[in-house]
Design a protein around this ligand. Structure first.
Ligand code: 13P
Ligand code: SF4
Length: 370
């Protein structure tokens, strides 16, 4: 029997395009009405139709720094859930943080939860025969839930982002012998390697196995215990992609985000946060060629802006952060419309004790020199 092919619903797509165009017009009308009461923060990965409305655009470090200084009562966060939570923690009591689409999370942040981290901590205590706090510094990547930041804050540790992981590790090793780094194994490994820590001393903790699937000796000899988490977008970049670019364009510059696997970072010319990538390409001479290993919306924006340079995605396939993409102009118009009518929807909140302890680790991060 012939296979039935479902026709593409072209009208549904046209309706969405039309709705988004109307939403953009609506945002333009609503923005002046909301005035200084509202500030819109946007991450580099947001799509153009959303980020064009951001009063401030940046990487997650810059957004948390900016978020802590915002005067406006309402912060509309065009980013993902963990970023909005951090804005709540760093913001004032009377401020309201709104995430235009509550489904905008981060799959990497979901790879570590408090229960798993508490289990790991007590297993480390068991093996090391001491309060882990005397030996191990917990460091959480910004891409984690607020209760993990609170755990880290309570145990003397710090948050880090892709732009200051090196400083966070140096700060940690100045105080304790080991680092427990979660949830991104790649950022932890790439940073540790750049600091000269041998690979054998960076072990991988599998949260689904007792004692992380490690032997006592592996734990005792480790300098960095890396959580088995990763970014599903950045893991799509492979070392073969770098080889391919170099084969066809020997003069290409390869710049990647440190969430890429070590084999990709090792082959790249430059590695850094989203803002580092933006700056690198902005400052590059006309005619230079760039293959970029990070989320495609940012790469496409750079490609369209710097037409005098060649800017392409490192991978031949689309590398889309589908959770960032969940925020559409329709969502942004919706939360703004509600605000104009005096209603707050999609407010992000953090329980008081979590907030207090998470603030400790975020404040430490902001005070560590980069
Ligand atoms: P940046 O801190 O470099 O903006 O990265 C955030 C992120 O989620 C990358 O995937
Ligand atoms: Fe999370 Fe990866 Fe998306 Fe960044 S790109 S928000 S780490 S899923």
């Amino acid at each position: 029997m012939a296979e039935m092919v479902m026709p593409l619903d072209v009208t549904a797509n046209e309706t969405l395009v039309q709705q988004e165009a109307e939403a953009i017009e609506r945002i333009q009308e609503l923005r002046p009405i909301l005035g200084d009461d509202v500030v819109i923060l946007g991450h580099h990965y947001q799509r153009d139709e959303v980020v064009r409305f951001a009063d401030f655009q940046g990487d997650s470090y810059q957004l948390s720094q900016e978020g802590s200084k915002v005067k406006a009562k309402y912060i509309l966060f065009a980013g993902v859930h963990f970023m909005a939570e951090s804005a709540v923690v760093l913001g004032r009591e009377d401020q309201v943080v709104i995430l235009p689409n509550m489904q905008a999370g981060c799959s990497m942040a979901d790879m570590a939860n408090l229960e798993q981290v508490l289990t790991a901590w007590s297993e480390l205590e068991d093996v090391l025969g001491a309060d882990p706090e005397n030996v191990v510094m917990p460091v959480t990547y910004m891409n984690s839930a607020a209760d993990l930041k609170a755990f880290v804050g309570e145990h003397g540790g710090t948050v880090c982002t892709s732009s200051n992981a090196d400083g966070a590790l140096k700060w940690s090793f100045a105080q304790r012998e080991k680092v427990f780094f979660f949830p991104d194994q790649h950022l932890g490994r790439n940073t540790g390697k750049a600091m000269g820590i041998p690979l054998e001393q960076m072990v991988l903790w599998n949260p689904f196995k007792p004692y992380g699937g490690l032997t006592d000796d592996e734990i005792r000899n480790a300098k960095i215990i890396l959580w088995r988490g990763h970014c599903s977008v950045h893991q799509q970049f492979r070392p073969e992609h770098v080889d391919l670019w170099r084969k066809h364009h020997p003069d290409v510059n390869v710049v990647v985000h440190p969430e890429c696997m070590m084999q990709v970072v090792d082959k790249a010319d430059f590695v850094g946060s989203t803002s580092y990538i933006v700056k690198k390409i902005d400052q590059a001479p006309a005619g230079s060629k760039w293959a970029v290993g990070t989320e495609m919306h940012l790469v496409n924006r750079l490609k369209n802006k710097y037409t005098d340079k060649m800017v392409e995605l490192l991978s031949p396939f689309s590398c889309l952060c589908s959770t960032m993409y969940r925020i559409s102009p329709i969502d942004l118009a919706n939360v703004m419309e509600n605000l104009v009518e005096g209603r707050v929807i999609n407010q992000i909140t953090v329980p008081e004790t979590v907030k207090r302890n998470a603030k400790l680790s975020l404040d430490r991060m902001l005070s560590i020199p980069r």
